[in-house]
Design a protein around this ligand. Structure first.
Ligand code: HEM
Ligand SMILES: [Ca+2]
Ligand SMILES: [Ca+2]
Length: 297
């Protein structure tokens, strides 16, 4: 079963090794926190946190990470997990799952950039299946109608409020221009006029330069706080799905609540992350301890 102290005997240095690896990585590459949080979400939504998203494709299998929506997952997120795995294999071989590494790395990185600390129970096993074909429609896209996005969460037993709290993850990190280009050139009503002009300028060349990107939270892009929610009613949300939270009556009151009360946001985000971290996870013979995080044994 899952347990907070799962590795205390089998890998006593687990917490220290995780903390060292993560601190080094985040200090040298400050985009790691947001990158890893998104990677965690994309793993969790498909059959739980089982590191299925870390598996590389083979000639016989196109894996999740090669599904269109996952191609923009940053290499630094994969890298921090692999670095931790390498260090852990030296200290306690064949003991710690890649899924547990991803869950703890995410929590530690969120905390490092100012977000809440929460408990991560351990003992997840790594999955043996990862198929790109299962991704489409299961991960939310910014252009999906809010009902469809809510449905994705509801199917996994997450309430509207939990969905709004988890979306607060967009208080850090960035988005590529193509993810919101359709909204900044067409129907720009819900944007602050100066903000949308800035976005048009920043993204002007995006078709030639697909790496162009913009911070999700223009106020405090590197700090985990509740400014994301305060931005939305001011027309400073970036993605259509961000605006949507504030225009849909099912979700708007939670945006209001979290904009007014950061402690409440932190409490609910922490709870929802704990729930996401155990949703559908594999234990015992349901999975394996992978030797390498990018391939099944
Ligand atoms: C509610 C529906 C959601 C939609 C439609 C959505 C969509 C997106 C999109 C399109 C990006 C930009 C990716 C890129 O251009 O590289 C993004 C970034 C991000 N998303 Fe979401 N997302 C949603 C929910 C979530 C949740 C629940 C989490 C985590 C709990 C999350 C965490 C992140 C993070 C941290 C980034 C920044 C990544 C980085 O800077 O590398 N998102 N999201
Ligand atoms: Ca998964
Ligand atoms: Ca922020």
């Amino acid at each position: 079963r899952l347990d907070l102290n799962y590795y205390s005997k089998s890998c006593p240095r687990f917490n220290d090794i995780m903390r060292d690896t993560i601190t080094n990585k985040q200090i040298t590459t400050p985009t790691t926190a947001a990158a890893t949080l998104r990677l965690f979400f994309h793993d969790a939504i498909l059959n739980g946190v089982d590191a299925s998203v870390l598996i590389s494709s083979t000639p016989f299998n196109k894996a999740e990470r090669d599904a269109d929506i996952n191609l923009s997952l940053p290499g630094d997120a994969f890298d921090v997990v692999i670095r931790a795995k390498t260090a852990l294999e030296l200290s306690c071989p064949n003991t710690v799952s890649c899924a547990d590494i991803l869950a703890v790395a995410t929590r530690d990185l969120v905390t490092m950039v100012g977000g809440p600390y929460y408990n991560v129970v351990l003992g997840r096993k790594d999955g043996r299946i990862s198929k790109a074909s299962t991704v489409d429609g299961n991960l939310p896209k910014p252009t999906m109608p809010m009902s469809q996005i809510l449905e994705i969460f509801k199917n996994r037993n997450f309430t509207e409020q939990e969905m709004v709290a988890l979306s607060g993850a967009h208080t850090i990190g960035f988005s590529h221009c193509k993810e919101f280009s359709s909204s900044i050139y067409n129907d720009t009503n819900h944007y602050n006029p100066r903000f949308v002009q800035g976005l048009q300028r920043a993204c002007g060349d995006y078709q030639k330069n697909p790496t162009l990107s913009v911070f999700n939270d223009i106020m405090t892009p590197n700090k985990f706080d509740n400014l994301y929610y305060q931005n939305l009613p001011k027309g400073l949300g970036l993605l259509e799905s961000d605006h949507g939270l504030n225009s849909d009556l099912r979700t708007q009151r939670f945006v209001d609540m979290y904009a007014r009360d950061q402690n409440l946001f932190f409490r609910d985000f922490a709870r929802a992350m704990e729930k996401l971290g155990v949703y559908g996870v594999k234990t015992g013979r349901g999975g394996e301890i992978r030797h390498r995080c990018d391939a099944i044994n």
